[in-house]
Design a protein around this ligand. Structure first.
Ligand SMILES: Cc1cc2nc3c(=O)[nH]c(=O)nc-3n(C[C@H](O)[C@H](O)[C@H](O)COP(=O)(O)O)c2cc1C
Length: 283
């Protein structure tokens, strides 16, 4: 948020905000702090760094950071390593205020040029989830029929997207559809919440912005006893079938850049997992 006023009694003209901004949004002239708003990204750094609460925004002075609540490294490391993708959920709805809390925190994620372009669609009622899930499977059936047509595969593979010629794409779609016919939901795992994050496609870094925002929600969910699973499959499906944007109320010109399912986990993981050793070039 933009700085809008300086409390002259509180401002010691220390220059901290000017140094932090570095863009000329605030400056010191004739011994007074001035707000020019020049190239202001509305990042709020000038207001947040002031030790004397001298700068305020239209929403006032933001709350202090409670340093004692910042987790120590061992706690943060254990927390981040303990997060797992959760694909089995209890048949229990997530309380609306909890969903709001996830979305509320998501918007504090960093974004390129502080554009905050992310918008959200929360599929949380059983009817909305059912209707959208069925629409997705209908499109997957359509894709399956096309992928089994060798002429279509040759044409699209030669001129547009050679991935359609990869037999593994066909096999994994066949597997998913067999599971669907058996009454399962391999796309959304019958989760009580499917959260889509979308943004205008023309921004500077819309995909990154949406992914960071979603990951904020994913991490907060863990602390609220929820499990989650990032859902790249639905993002790909929507990209191939943009008609799916309409039932989500997503305007043309926007793209879905991130999606995740959320729910109370049916099972609890007992252990951490191993990962590959890091590949690093130490220079
Ligand atoms: C960009 C991205 C897309 C993903 N898409 C899916 C997906 O469509 N379906 C799924 O079951 N898991 C999906 N995952 C979850 C990964 O499979 C999972 O993160 C990985 O296996 C590691 O497991 P962990 O998250 O429990 O550590 C996705 C993860 C990422 C980062």
């Amino acid at each position: 948020m933009k700085p809008v006023s300086v409390d002259r009694e509180k401002c010691k003209v220390c220059g901290l905000c000017v140094e932090e901004c570095g863009r000329g949004g605030v400056s010191i002239e004739d011994g007074r702090l001035l707000i020019s708003g020049f190239r202001c990204m509305e990042c709020g750094h000038c207001v947040a760094i002031c030790p004397n609460d001298a700068l305020s925004t239209e929403q006032g002075v933001p709350p202090d950071i409670i340093r004692s609540l910042i987790p120590p490294p061992e706690l943060a490391e254990n927390f981040l390593r303990a997060r797992r993708s959760q694909r089995h959920y209890e048949k229990r709805e997530i309380e609306p205020e909890v969903v709001e809390r996830l979305i509320d925190l998501a918007r504090y994620a960093p974004s390129g040029k502080n554009a905050q372009p992310f918008e959200f669609v929360a599929l949380r009622t059983p009817e909305a989830r059912r209707a959208f899930t069925e629409a997705c499977y209908e499109r997957m059936r359509q894709a399956q029929r096309k992928l089994h047509n060798p002429v279509w595969r040759w044409f699209v593979g030669t001129f547009f997207d050679k991935r359609v010629q990869d037999p593994e794409v066909r096999r994994s779609l066949d597997r998913a559809m067999r599971r669907r016919e058996a009454g399962m939901d391999p796309l959304f795992f019958s989760a009580p919440l499917i959260l889509f994050v979308h943004a205008p496609a023309i921004g500077a870094t819309p995909k990154d912005d949406c992914c960071y925002a979603l990951y904020h929600a994913v991490l907060l969910a863990e602390t609220l006893g929820l499990g989650s699973c990032i859902n790249g499959n639905s993002e790909v499906l929507i990209r191939h079938f943009p008609q799916l944007l309409e039932p989500l109320g997503i305007p043309r010109g926007h793209r879905v850049y991130a999606c995740a399912t959320f729910g109370y986990p049916k099972h609890r993981f007992a252990r951490l997992v191993f990962r590959r050793a890091p590949v690093v070039e130490w220079l």
